[in-house]
Ligand binder design. Sequence first.
Ligand code: HEM
Length: 132
Amino acid sequence: MSSEESTKTFTREEVAKHNNGQALWLIIHNKVYDVSKFMEEHPGGEEVLLEMAGKEATEAFEDVGHSTDARSMMQNYYIGDIVQSEVNEMDYKVHFFPPNAQETNKGGSNFSTIVIVLIVAVVAYTLLSRSS
Ligand code: HEM
């Protein structure tokens, strides 16, 4: 029943076998897309897809700055995920780290605010105690 159970997984080697005009698979963000039927309709042309056929195409895909339309279109060609042991962790970090980074940053700026307030308090105290 759950979507996780029905999600297929592929090794990078399996994906690599689909690297031609008949069967063209791509790996984008650790997900596998079968664009065999989409190739001819691709606004960017079939050559660029053929170049990345059977391979990791995340960088090439992101470099183009595909629209949100293109991103929702991708879902029609999604056939499964890369097996957990071959997931590109860097990719995961690039896309999931920023929210955490923001939180850390927030914490960081709170901390520096406290430090600044403490320094000002110490300076003020020193000045006040000298003048009396
Ligand atoms: C399932 C995968 C893909 C889908 C659904 C897709 C879809 C699209 C769409 C809808 C456009 C029109 C512009 C836009 O809406 O952003 C486009 C343009 C383009 N795509 Fe893709 N694309 C895919 C994969 C790729 C990959 C892997 C590459 C690179 C190897 C690529 C290279 C390009 C290029 C060069 C353009 C032309 C950009 C321009 O003329 O400004 N695409 N793609």
